[in-house]
Design a binder for this molecule. Structure first.
Ligand code: FES
Length: 101
């Protein structure tokens, strides 16, 4: 799939999370101190919306029951068998794009 535009970088400042919807899928696009990440948007625990979660350092916290995922790897902070998919993020001409499969 080609790059999918998320939004201008100025609208995704450090510390923020954006819920991206593409077709029927959702993604969590995160700005961790200027480093951008994209994770699968559905929490494996019970389907919580990770794109509506909050950042805690490098970790994205699910808004439903507080499970945390490392934005860099997608790994759950307390169970390495639980992982969400991550996707590449690039910035071109001031806009944020994600590379989806
Ligand atoms: S649905 Fe995400 S922690 Fe429960």
């Amino acid at each position: 799939m080609p790059l999918v535009k998320v939004k201008p970088l100025t609208e995704l400042p450090p510390g923020s999370v954006f819920e991206l919807e593409v077709d029927a899928a959702t993604y969590a696009v995160c700005n961790v101190d200027g480093k951008l990440h994209c994770l699968e948007g559905t929490c494996p625990h019970a389907g919580g919306p990770l794109g509506q979660g909050n950042l805690n350092g490098n970790y994205l916290t699910c808004p439903w029951h507080g499970w945390e995922y490392d934005c860099r790897t997608g790994l759950n902070d307390s169970d390495e068998d639980v992982k969400v998919q991550t996707y590449p993020v690039v910035v071109q001409n001031g806009d944020v794009f994600v590379e989806l499969p």
